[in-house]
Design a protein around this ligand. Structure first.
Ligand code: ADP
Length: 744
C-alpha cells in the first residue's frame, strides 16, 4: 500500500470518526431534548386541563349544593335553571327511599316520570352507598348511561330528611375541554373517570361505548393517584405514545395528554438532518484536507524513494529536490543527508570506476603481454627445438652419446618451457573469463582416440603401459568442447605417466553415472598422493614436493583442468593411495540426443601408414614462405633429410606468390605473421589465381590459440601446424596432404 494512502486512511479515521460521533451525539441529544420539552409541555397541558376540571367540579358542586338547598323551597330561585344549564346539568332532583322523585329542578332535560329510572339507580348503587355513608358530602358517580342512553355523571348527596339529591350532568363539558386540545398530527387529550372509563376521547366510538381503559398502564397510574409523564403503547392509535397525566382532586378523574413518539422523533430527525448535512460536509472537508495533508507528508518520501530507486538503477546524478512550500524540517534533513550520501557514493564510485578502468587496462596489458610473449617465445623456440630435433634425426651425422644426452636435455627443457607458456596462456584466459568454449556433440570415442594417440609417445618413452578399457564399450555422444576435454584428459594421463614407475600402467575407462554424465577415469599404478597433501592438489603452482625432483611440471595443470571441467558443466575428483596409485575422474555431460555412429573403418593412424608408402617414390617440390631466416634454415635442414622432397623458400608473401605461379610447387608451407601481405591474405590470392588454386597450403605459425587455429582452418588452409614444429608432426601432415592429392 502506498504511503499516501496509509496516511490518508489514518487522517480520515482520526478526523471523520469524531465528526461521526459528534453527529450521533447531537442526534441523541436532540431526541432527548425533544422528549424532555414535549414531556414538559404535556405535563403542563395535563395540569391545565386538571385545573379546569377541578374548577368545573367545584362549580358543579356549589351549583348542586345550592340547588339541593333550594329544592326545599317552594319559591324558585331565579336564574338557577340558567346557571345549571350552563354547567351542563340536565336536572337535579331528590328521591325517597323507593326512588320516587320528591322534588325536581329542571335544567337542560327534565325527567317525565315519577320514579327515578330503576336501571340508572342500579348502576348508581355504589355511589348512593358512598353518599349514604358520608352525609352532606357530594359524591361524583363514575360515568354511566342516563335513561336516554347518553353518557352522564351523577352528583349524589344524602340529605337531612333521608332522601338523596341527584344531579345529572352530561359529559359535554368534558368533550369540549378534550376537543380544545390538539397538537401535532395525533397529539390529543383524553379524560377518564375514577374507574378508568372514557369520558372524553378523540375516538367517538369509545366515548359512546364508555370504553374501559383501566387496563392501560397510564390509566392505572392515574387511578393510583399519580401525576407525571409516561411512555406507553396506545391500542387506539396503535403506536408508542408519550403522555403527560394528572388526576383531578376530588372526583378522581384522570386527564392525559398523549402524543405518538414517532412525531417527536420526526421533529428531532428534522433537526438531526441539518446536523447530518453539516457532518457530511465536515466529512468531505476532512477527507479533502486529509488527502491534501497526506500528499504533503508523503511527497518528500515519494521523492526520496524515486531518488533511491534511480540510484539503485545506477543513476548517481539523481538528487532529491523537495517542494518549496510546506517542507517538514525532518524531511529537509533527510533530503540533505540523502543528497550528501549520493555525492559521497558518486565520488567513491568515480574513484572505483577509474580504478576498475585502470585494472581492466592493466589486465588487458597483462593479457596482451602474455599473448605477445607467447608469440615471441615460440618463434625462437621453433628454431631451438627444431634444430635439436634435426640433430636427433640426422642419420648422416649420428650424435655421440654425450651429444645425444645434451640434445635430449634441450628438447625436454624446451618442451617444458612450451608447456609452461601454454598453461600460462590458459590461466590468463580463465582468469579474464575469455576462455573460448565450443560446446557441441562429439563422440566420446573420438575424444579417447585423440587423447590416447597423443599420450602414447610419451608413455612409450617412459616405458609406461597405456591400457584402453573403453575399447569394447559402446560409447555415447558427449555434449562438450572436445579440444578442452582432450586437454584435461591429456593432463590427467600425462600425470599418470609422469608420476609412475618404470613398467607401471595407466588405464583409461568410463561408465555412465547419474545426472546424464559419463564418468571418465584415468587410473595409474604410480606413486600416489599422501593423504595429508591431497587437499592442496588443485592449488595452482602446488607440486606437492616434486619441485626439486626429476619430474617436470608446473603445478598448474590440475588447477586449470578443474576450472575447465567446471566450465564444461562437469565435475572432477580423485582417489589416491600413497605408493599404490591414483585414480582421477571427470564427469562430462552426455548429449540428450544419441545418434548411431558409423564405425570409421580406417583409423587415422592406419590412414597415415597407408599413405606413407606412396609418397616416397615421387619427387615433390615444397615452397616455404617464412620471414624468419632461422626458421627457413631449419625447414631447409629438415626437408633436406628427405630425398624425395625439394624445398623452395620465399622471405615474404609477394615473392612466395610469384614463385607459386612460376614454379607451381606441389605444396606450400606458409607462416601467417608475414611482413606486408600476411599469410591469410596470401592464401586468398593463391586461391583466386587459376594456376595456384589447387595447390595445398599448410599454415606453419606460432598463432597457437584455439580461436586462431579455427580462424586459420576457416580461411582455407589445408592443415594448421603450430610452432615450434615437431618434425614428426610436420612430416605426417605433409605425407597426409600428398596422399589426399593422390587419392583425389
Ligand atoms: P604438474 O604435474 O605440472 O606438477 P599438476 O597440477 O598436474 O601439475 O599436478 C599437481 C601436483 O599433483 C603434481 O605436482 C603432483 O605432485 C600431484 N599429482 C598429480 N597427478 C598425480 C598422479 N597421478 N600421481 C601422483 N601425484 C600426482
Amino acid at each position: 500500500m502506498k504511503l499516501r494512502t496509509l496516511i490518508f486512511i489514518a487522517l480520515v479515521v482520526v478526523s471523520v470518526l469524531p465528526v461521526g460521533m459528534l453527529a450521533y451525539w447531537q442526534h441523541k441529544t436532540v431526541v432527548d431534548n425533544e422528549f424532555s420539552v414535549v414531556e414538559n409541555q404535556h405535563k403542563v397541558i395535563a395540569r391545565d386541563l386538571t385545573i379546569a376540571l377541578e374548577r368545573y367540579a367545584t362549580d358543579l358542586k356549589s351549583a348542586f349544593r345550592m340547588t339541593t338547598q333550594n329544592l326545599q323551597n317552594v319559591q324558585k330561585v331565579s336564574g338557577l335553571e340558567q346557571h345549571l344549564s350552563e354547567l351542563y346539568f340536565q336536572h337535579v332532583c331528590s328521591i325517597d327511599a323507593n326512588g320516587y322523585i320528591q322534588r325536581l329542578q329542571c335544567a337542560l332535560a327534565c325527567p317525565q316520570v315519577d320514579r327515578f329510572p330503576e336501571p340508572v339507580l342500579a348502576v348508581l348503587g355504589g355511589t348512593l352507598h358512598k353518599a349514604a355513608s358520608r352525609p352532606n358530602d357530594i359524591v361524583f358517580s363514575p360515568i354511566v348511561r342516563n335513561p336516554r342512553g347518553q353518557p352522564a355523571i351523577y352528583l349524589v348527596k344524602k340529605m337531612a330528611d333521608g332522601n338523596f339529591a341527584i344531579g345529572e350532568v352530561s359529559s359535554d363539558y368534558f368533550v369540549e375541554l378534550q376537543q380544545s386540545v390538539a397538537f401535532g398530527e395525533k397529539g390529543h387529550a383524553a379524560i377518564v373517570d375514577q374507574t378508568g372509563h372514557v369520558i372524553a376521547h378523540p375516538l367517538k366510538a369509545w366515548v359512546e361505548s364508555i370504553e374501559d381503559l383501566s387496563g392501560v398502564s397510564v390509566v392505572q397510574q392515574m387511578m393510583n393517584g399519580e401525576n407525571g409523564v409516561t411512555r406507553f403503547y396506545s391500542p387506539a392509535v396503535e403506536a408508542d405514545m408519550v403522555a403527560g397525566f394528572n388526576v383531578v382532586d376530588g372526583p378522581g378523574w384522570g386527564v392525559m395528554v398523549p402524543q405518538p413518539q414517532a412525531e417527536i422523533f420526526m421533529h428531532a430527525r428534522d433537526v438531526s438532518k441539518a446536523a447530518l448535512t453539516i457532518a457530511i460536509i465536515g466529512i468531505f472537508v476532512a477527507s479533502f484536507l486529509s488527502w491534501w495533508i497526506s500528499g504533503i507528508l508523503s511527497r518528500p518520501m515519494q521523492l526520496l524513494a524515486d531518488a533511491a530507486q534511480s540510484v539503485a538503477r545506477g543513476d548517481l546524478t539523481h538528487r532529491v529536490v523537495l517542494p518549496d512550500k510546506l517542507r517538514p524540517v525532518e524531511m529537509l534533513k533527510l533530503q540533505r543527508s540523502f543528497n550528501q550520501m549520493i555525492d559521497d557514493v558518486s565520488r567513491k564510485n568515480t574513484v572505483l570506476v577509474n580504478l576498475a578502468h585502470e585494472a581492466v587496462i592493466s589486465s588487458n596489458h597483462k593479457s596482451a603481454f602474455i599473448s605477445s610473449m607467447n608469440h615471441e617465445l615460440r618463434t625462437p623456440m621453433n628454431a631451438v627445438l627444431g634444430f635439436a630435433q634435426m640433430l636427433e634425426i640426422n642419420q648422416q651425422e649420428p650424435l655421440t652419446e654425450t651429444q645425444q644426452t645434451a640434445v635430449e636435455h634441450i628438447l625436454r627443457n624446451g618442451n617444458h618451457l612450451l608447456e609452461l607458456i601454454d598453461q600460462m596462456m590458459d590461466l590468463n584466459k580463465i582468469e579474464a573469463g575469455t576462455l573460448p568454449l565450443n560446446i557441441e556433440e562429439i563422440p566420446a570415442r573420438d575424444v579417447f582416440d585423440e587423447t590416447l594417440y597423443l599420450i602414447r609417445a610419451r608413455a612409450n618413452h617412459d616405458k609406461i603401459e597405456i591400457v584402453d578399457d573403453t575399447v569394447d564399450k559402446k560409447l555415447p555422444l558427449l555434449m562438450t568442447d572436445s579440444t578442452r576435454l582432450i586437454q584435461v584428459l591429456l593432463n590427467l594421463m600425462s600425470n599418470g605417466v609422469k608420476y609412475n614407475r618404470p613398467g607401471g600402467r595407466v588405464n583409461l575407462s568410463c561408465e555412465e553415472v547419474e545426472g546424464g554424465m559419463l564418468r571418465i577415469k584415468v587410473s595409474d599404478t604410480g606413486l600416489g598422493i599422501p593423504l595429508e597433501q591431497q587437499d592442496k592438489l588443485f592449488t595452482p603452482f602446488e607440486r606437492l614436493g616434486h619441485e626439486l625432483g626429476q619430474i617436470d611440471g608446473t603445478g598448474i595443470g590440475l588447477s586449470i583442468s578443474r576450472q575447465i571441467v567446471e566450465k564444461l558443466d562437469g565435475h572432477i575428483g580423485f582417489e589416491s593411495e600413497y605408493n599404490v596409485g591414483s585414480c582421477f575422474w571427470v564427469d562430462i555431460p552426455i548429449s540428450s540426443e544419441q545418434t548411431e555412429l558409423e564405425e570409421d573403418s580406417v583409423g587415422e593412424a592406419e590412414a597415415n601408414e597407408a599413405v606413407s608408402g606412396n609418397v616416397v617414390d615421387k619427387v615433390r617440390t615444397l615452397l616455404y614462405i617464412e620471414d624468419n631466416p632461422d626458421n627457413l634454415h631449419l625447414m631447409e635442414a629438415i626437408i633436406g633429410q628427405f630425398k624425395h622432397l625439394r624445398l623452395l623458400s620465399a622471405p615474404n608473401a609477394l615473392i612466395g606468390y610469384d614463385l607459386s605461379t612460376s614454379k607451381r610447387p606441389d605444396l606450400i608451407l606458409m607462416d601467417i605473421n608475414l611482413p606486408g601481405m600476411n599469410g591469410v591474405q596470401a592464401l586468398k590470392r593463391l586461391r583466386d589465381t587459376r594456376e595456384t588454386r589447387e595447390i595445398p597450403v599448410i599454415a606453419v605459425t606460432s598463432n597457437n590459440q584455439p580461436h586462431e587455429v579455427e580462424a586459420g582452418l576457416r580461411a582455407g588452409f589445408d592443415a594448421y601446424l603450430t610452432k615450434p614444429i615437431k618434425v614428426s608432426d610436420l612430416m605426417r601432415t605433409i605425407e597426409r596432404t600428398f596422399a589426399s592429392i593422390d587419392n583425389a
